[in-house]
Structures are given as structure tokens and as C-alpha cells.
Design a protein around this ligand. Structure first.
Ligand code: ATP
Ligand code: MG
Length: 248
């Protein structure tokens, strides 16, 4: 790897813990309260466990792993939605993308209003959004519904609009989590082409998808996670082969 490239993100020994609740019956809970709360109704587990990696400018990196392995948690840490319990997360510049379908959209606002709201959150001013508005709507393909409240959108329409806003906000680091799965085929194709275009123009991408063929098209490097631990950080073909050989 060419480490002379600008460092865009660095995760150093990152651990993220969540509470795992053991909710039993109400009766058991009442007994637990009445008997002085002995034992615990929750325990913590590490969704990420001592994970370290660097992302350099222009890299397109896939996070790979089975359900619950910590991929989305990693993207949320990079985007700043979550903070690490241990270790550090450093990111250069502006981060945008899709980490959860519907995240950032306000259901009672129209598509048009959400474009302005989201773009502002992503750091664009009103004049910049005015300039890009038509292009955002055109890419999303939901012209007809742009003045409809987004609570009436289908999940694919949500995703189309959110993806379009994110790519047009010109982020330094573009994150995409699985959301492409809800788009129809033509739109998926369009998103893949867009990501390839971003990659060709030197943008930095982090992508999560269970579609390993798509991942191989879009990414050059793969990081394999299992149970919150980083198992492999390698060329994408090697990483995909490694994942396919792992036991669920
Ligand atoms: N806010 C939360 N509270 C409690 N547990 C959480 C929370 N977010 C994630 N987890 C847990 O952390 C683990 C990792 O979750 P994560 O969403 O990062 O997995 P993933 O690799 O994205 O999985 P998938 O492929 O299913 O999307 C899972 O066991 C999940 O239940
Ligand atoms: Mg996930």
C-alpha cells in the first residue's frame, strides 16, 4: 500500500461495547427488584474489539463479515454517530453517505425540504443546494414525488433520495452501508456506476454489502470482521475468498 497518500481515517485499538439485556418475565423482573437487584439483567459485550486500520485518500475499502460482525458499528464510528469506548477514531474532512435507510430524513417534510435539510447537515449552504438541486432530484428519479412528504415514500424511494443527496454533497469520505439492497436493479446499477465514478475521481469510499460480486467491482481492499474482531485486511479478492471460506 502506498502510505504516502493522505490519511483519511484512522481507527486505533477501537473497542465499542453494548449492553445486552436479558429481559425475562415481568415476574422475574419484579422478584429481581424486590430481592435487592442481585445479579444483573444486562451484560456488556464488545461489538468491536480492539480494531485498528488506516484508510488513505482514494482507497475504496469494503467491510466484510457475517451478520452482527460489527460492520455497521464501524461505519457509525467513522461517521461520528457513535463514539468508541476505548481507542480512538480520527477522520479527516467531511463524511457523508448512507449508513441507515431513512437516517437523516424527516418524515413530515417533503422530499424537497429534506434535500435542503440533509444537504445543510452535510455542510452545504443554501446556494450550493440551489445549484445542485435539479441534479440531485434527477439522479434520484423521484421528480414526481419531490413535493410529497417522505413518510409516504417507499423504502427504495427514501434510499434513492438519500443516496443522491449524499453523492452530491461531495464528501471527503463516502460511506455506504447495505442500503443499495433496497433499490431496484436499474437504480443499483446507477449507484454502482456512481461509486465507480467517485473512485475514478480519487474519492475515498467505505462500502458494506453482502453482495460480494458488487463489492469486488467497487472496492480494491477488504477488511474482514468476525465477532467484532478484525481477521484480515487485504486485497479485495483475497478478502472475499477468505470470507467465503469462513464458517458461519
Ligand atoms: N445500539 C446498539 N445496542 C445494542 N447492541 C447493538 C447496537 N448496535 C449494534 N449492536 C450489536 O452489535 C453487534 C454488531 O452489530 P452491527 O450492526 O455492527 O453488525 P453488522 O456487521 O453491520 O451486521 P449486518 O450484516 O447484519 O448488518 C450486533 O451483535 C448488534 O446486535
Ligand atoms: Mg449492518
Amino acid at each position: 500500500m502506498d502510505d504516502s497518500r493522505l490519511l483519511m481515517a484512522r481507527l486505533a485499538n477501537v473497542t465499542k461495547a453494548f449492553d445486552l439485556r436479558h429481559t425475562r418475565s415481568i415476574k422475574e423482573y419484579v422478584v429481581w427488584l424486590a430481592t435487592g437487584r442481585k445479579g444483573d439483567f444486562s451484560e456488556t459485550f464488545n461489538a468491536l474489539d480492539d480494531v485498528s486500520f488506516d484508510i488513505h485518500q482514494g482507497e475504496s475499502v469494503a467491510l466484510l463479515g457475517f451478520n452482527g460482525s460489527g460492520k455497521s458499528t464501524t461505519l457509525k464510528l467513522v461517521s461520528g454517530v457513535l463514539l468508541p469506548d476505548e481507542g480512538s477514531v480520527q477522520v479527516r474532512g467531511r463524511v457523508a453517505g448512507l449508513i441507515e435507510v431513512g437516517a437523516g430524513m424527516h418524515p413530515d417534510l417533503t422530499g424537497r425540504e429534506n434535500v435542503y435539510l440533509n444537504a445543510a447537515i452535510l455542510g452545504l449552504d443554501e446556494a450550493e443546494v440551489d445549484d445542485r438541486f435539479d441534479s440531485i432530484v434527477e439522479f434520484s428519479g423521484i421528480e414526481k414525488f419531490i413535493d410529497t412528504e417522505v413518510k409516504f415514500y417507499s423504502s427504495g424511494m427514501y434510499m434513492r433520495l438519500a443516496f443522491s443527496i449524499a453523492v452530491h454533497s461531495n464528501p471527503d469520505l463516502f460511506l455506504v452501508d447495505e442500503v443499495l439492497a433496497v433499490g431496484d436493479e436499474p437504480f443499483q446499477r446507477k449507484c454502482i456506476d456512481k461509486m465507480l465514478e467517485l473512485r475514478a475521481s480519487g474519492q475515498t469510499l467505505m462500502v458494506v454489502s453482502h453482495d460480494l460480486d458488487l463489492i469486488k467491482t467497487v472496492c480494491e481492499r477488504g477488511i474482514v470482521l468476525r465477532n467484532g474482531q478484525l481477521l484480515l485486511d487485504a486485497d479485495i479478492n483475497e478478502a472475499v475468498d477468505y470470507l467465503r471460506a469462513l464458517d458461519g
